[in-house]
Design a protein around this ligand. Sequence first.
Ligand SMILES: [Zn+2]
Length: 381
Amino acid sequence: MSEETPAMRAPLAGALTNNETRNLPVVIGVDLGGTQIRAAVLRGAELISRVAQLTGEDTAPEHLIPRIFNAIQQALDEARTTLEQVAGIGIATPGPLDHRTGIVYAPPNMPGWDIVPLRDIFEQHFSPASKGGDAAQLRIFVENDAHAAGLGEYLFGAGRGCSNMVYLTLSTGIGGGVIVDGKIVEGVNGTAGELGHMTIDRHGGRCRCGNYGCLEYLASGTAIARYADEAIAAGQGVELLEFARALQQHGNELELLAHEAAGVGYEGSPGNLEAPRITAHMVSQAAQAGIPLARAIITNAAEAIGVGLVNVIHIFNPQVIVLGGGVTQMGPMLMEPALRIVQERTMKVPLDAVRIVLAELGGNAGLVGAGALVYYYMQAQ
Ligand SMILES: [Zn+2]
């Protein structure tokens, strides 16, 4: 890394002007997930190159980490740049982890990761000594993926210009990143901001975290699909089940057409029409088609989100709450019941101060957030 990174001294708290963004050094972002490994060379929110691979079945660190190194090299090659030209590497991974030590502690969706000193492993791999050079040590930063995505929205997305911001990602799980007075709230060992595991219903079912009635248990994509499965199992979901079968049938026909068009023939199975796998997206489509059970499931999840937002506003008094993740694509049928609860139940003074907005970085939030770690931590030092 070069010593000349004058843009690192540019003010990062709050909004960056276009000019400041142009002057930012180039960084590497790595977004490590249970489904995909992604690496990018970035400048601010601009992706200069992007490499994505499926994580695959074998998530053991000894298999996955060399693949991440390869993905980084590929991203550098595609960006026609070299390690010497980047200011640092930011890695966003599922928690729990301690960002100060860079140690990852057994994320539930990454089997085999049990106390992995990720930052040390990267530092060793990318150290100038191991490359035979005499350049300065490349800086590596490891952060919880939701904290990183929140930081990305704070510096380059919907939270620009706000020093008190809460990011809530509604996806297969629910995660959070909290910025108070321009700083990520980490807690004593890095696990603060687990907004998905705040209790909404103390009599609720058992969440995978061990707590009961968590927001994630009640309102994640996984929860929406689970409600539908439970209703079907209880014999209440005939209409929803038929809709799901029709969707799956349609999907199979599209697949058949695609195979025929590609001239490769079709050897796949026609799918199990007796028991189609219900997804949150399917429930959302059914609700849009007017199926009352699907609509009720989504309203129920949306109201739990509303209660979660009331809690977030009362605890943090944020200027903006940024909602990200695939579940937000359900649009008004999700947002309206959630916002109604917020209006009805929040204290007036913090309610008047807050804006609730959708994330701006979309599918690249993880990568932009990973890169943002380098700007954020190098500025803070
Ligand atoms: Zn939980």
